[in-house]
Design a protein around this ligand. Structure first.
Ligand SMILES: [Zn+2]
Length: 232
């Protein structure tokens, strides 16, 4: 499998797969963002917007992106109902096995995982596992504390790349994210959800040192705006 991943700061990532664009938790105008929304839309194709939960720093610029690109969205049922009422088109799902999204991005399916967090009254918070031609390629944990079912995700799927929050305060901190890595068994971990606001300051290089010294995975610290091509 091969996909291209760009970090946009906070928990926002762009994924390019099979010539299509996916943006996850698209708060493009976050304080660490390397580009404006206009610049983002000029540079990146967007066919699918994936939203892990209803907090503003995750839904972010989703509506404007969909208005301007015609992209579809993928979210939990209650967010689906909300966005559908506003005239947007997408696929609603819930925690469980993959939903087939091949009609939007050829070869893509997405499973929703639990996340221990909150989401106003919009269903429950989630994480997502993106399957590329049936293989678990990318796990975006959303906002979450450590939870035991990560063990199941690791045993069932061992997603190749895991995007994990390390900022603490609202989500896992470095210590919890190291333990999460042990359970998830990814090849590569990319830390996210840190340094955006003062309470979530964290040192991604400390996370890297701890994960790699235990031999758990390779840590790729991506600076906002950086792109990496993953091939497995
Ligand atoms: Zn949140």
């Amino acid at each position: 499998m091969k996909f291209k991943l760009t970090y946009l700061g906070h928990s926002a990532f762009h994924v390019e797969y099979n010539g299509k664009g996916i943006v996850i938790d698209p708060w493009i105008e976050n304080p660490l963002s390397p580009m404006s929304l206009d610049q983002f839309l000029d540079k990146f194709p967007v066919d699918l917007v994936v939203i892990t939960h209803a907090h503003e720093d995750h839904i972010g610029n989703a509506e404007e992106i969909m208005r301007r690109t015609g992209a579809k969205f993928f979210a939990i049922h209650e967010i689906f109902v909300d966005l559908t009422k506003k005239g947007f088109e997408g696929v609603g799902a819930n925690i469980g096995g993959p939903a087939n999204l091949s009609s939007i991005v050829p070869g893509l399916s997405i499973a929703m995982t639990p996340a221990t967090h909150s989401s106003y009254d919009k269903g429950v918070p989630t994480g997502v596992i993106l399957f590329f031609d049936g293989e678990a390629g990318l796990y975006h944990a959303g906002d979450t504390g450590l939870f035991a079912e990560m063990q199941f995700i690791g045993e069932l799927y061992a997603p190749k790349v895991a995007l994990l929050p390390i900022g603490g305060h609202y989500t896992m901190d470095i210590t919890q994210a190291v333990y999460a890595t042990k359970m998830l068994k990814p090849k590569v971990v990319v830390p996210m959800h840190y340094d955006t606001f003062p309470p979530i300051k964290a040192d991604p290089n400390e996370f890297k040192k701890r994960v790699e010294s235990e031999g758990l995975a390779q840590v790729r610290v991506m600076r906002p705006g950086e792109t990496e091509v993953f091939e497995f």
